[in-house]
Design a protein around this ligand. Structure first.
Ligand SMILES: [Zn+2]
Length: 445
């Protein structure tokens, strides 16, 4: 910023005539003047022959007019008369001037080269700290009044966003404006070769979109294990277009995944969630209690529990239920048994993985009724409670882990499994069916 200020101060001292002369130059000549060979990125475009400019002759005052006899640019005697077309163009609204930022341009340079008032540049920098960050290729637009003062100044950040400054009676009003485009459905298709992730990226999905799909489908399909070479997918994305150019990666609205002979289809409802074609939730709820009856909690989840004698912090990562030996222990949700064995401290124990996010542990069991790899459904009996391992009495120690971290199963919000509301289900199913057919056609066609 200090550098910029110094530089601005320097250019502000340039002879006034230079600025005035420059101000009256047409856009084309102005653009030619601003061309400079860039030391960083040599341009492959056709390059106009460099024209001598004020930077190459910083001390040109010995071949200039005397400073005290500055010409008045508004002197009618010096003005190019406007023809009828010019008058028509400028009678309704001030002419819009445009500049495309070239390599090495600074905002101060642009203001100086077009003879725009430095005081207004300072006003812009005051209301927007980032106004000075400009880059090659960026478009600028402005309008000036009869005195050469800015009426408006616009810096296009992208097709979608632009910074707009409106000058009025010495004040500036700054707004970031947004262009609203047209939303169109785009279908991206692919065939799994190396991995679903790779092919989805190649088809044009963003890492974020892939992550959302994998997570939404976590209970229905495991992309990590069940996806194989030759599987096909079609994804419908709602993308925003401005001037026929996509301005965002868009929202995934539907996906059809063909895994061998199996079709997995999901459709996004207007509540933002994915459902299957019938409008059923893709989530599987988890139960808070792994038993048919409620038992007294003998020790609660407590990550800060202190040992009564040593005073050391020894977290209690689960909830203890005072279950009599032989009580049926039920799977908290649908999942896969990943561990079922004995441990010195935990006794006989079972670990179940529920999708990608959740897992549950059941400790001190008297008997284990499942083995690793078993698919279990919610409420299925997986063991009988006991008093094995390090335990001070018969109880069931139950843990819920979210992304591998123990959480309080009695308190945390659990995934819900509500379907599309009844009164919306008919129209949802019709839309989902149409999308499913359209995607299937793309894969077969
Ligand atoms: Zn416990």
């Amino acid at each position: 910023m200090k550098l910029l200020t110094n530089w601005l101060a320097l250019t502000a001292r340039l002879p006034r005539q230079h600025k005035l002369a420059l101000a009256s130059l047409s856009l084309l000549v102005g653009a030619a003047l601003m061309w400079q060979p860039s030391p960083f990125a040599p341009s492959k475009e056709r390059q106009p022959a460099p024209v001598a400019n004020e930077r190459q002759h910083p001390a040109a005052s010995e071949h200039s007019e005397p400073i005290e006899q500055g010409l008045d640019a508004d002197d009618p005697a010096l003005r190019v008369p406007e023809d009828a077309l010019e008058q028509d163009i400028t009678s309704e609204a001030p002419r819009v001037h445009q500049h495309t930022v070239a390599a090495g341009d600074t905002l101060g340079e642009i203001f100086s080269q077009y003879g725009l008032p430095m005081s207004q540049l300072y006003q812009i920098l005051e209301v927007n700290d980032n106004a000075g960050d400009i880059r090659r290729g960026q478009k600028m637009e402005w309008q000036v009044d009869g005195q050469g003062h800015l009426l408006t100044f616009t810096a296009y950040q992208s097709i979608k966003y632009r910074d707009h400054y409106q000058f009025n009676q010495g004040q500036v009003d700054y707004q970031r404006l947004e262009t609203k485009g047209k939303f169109e459905k785009v279908t991206l298709i692919g065939r799994v070769n190396s991995s679903f992730y790779q092919q989805a990226r190649q088809a044009g999905l963003t890492p974020n979109q892939i992550q959302n799909l994998v997570s939404a489908l976590q209970w229905r399909f495991d992309f990590g294990r069940q996806s194989h070479r030759g599987d096909q997918f079609a994804v419908q994305v709602n993308r925003e277009f401005i001037d026929n150019k996509p301005v965002s990666s868009g929202k995934v609205t539907a996906m059809l995944y063909k895994a061998g002979g199996r079709d997995i289809f999901v459709y996004r409802h207007h509540d933002g969630r994915f459902y299957d074609e019938q409008g059923q939730s893709l989530d599987r709820a988890l139960r808070r209690y792994p038993t048919a009856k409620r038992y007294r909690i003998s020790s609660s989840f407590n990550p800060h529990r202190k040992h009564p004698i040593t005073g050391r912090i020894s977290p209690h990562n689960g909830t203890d239920f005072a279950t009599p030996i032989g009580t049926s222990v039920l799977a908290a949700g649908e999942g896969v048994v990943v561990k079922a064995r004995h441990h010195r401290l935990a006794g006989n124990y079972v670990v179940i993985k529920h999708g990608r996010e959740y897992s549950t542990r059941y400790l001190h069991l008297n008997r284990i009724l499942v083995k690793p790899g078993d698919h279990v459904s919610m409420g299925q009996r997986i063991g009988l409670s006991g008093n094995t391992g390090r335990s001070t009495g018969p109880h069931l120690h139950f843990e819920l882990l979210k992304y591998g971290h123990p959480v309080n199963a009695m308190k945390v919000p659990l995934p819900e499994a509500h379907p599309v509301p009844t009164d919306e289900r008919g129209s949802f199913q019709r839309q989902a069916k149409r999308a499913h057919q359209a995607l299937a056609q793309r894969l077969n066609g």
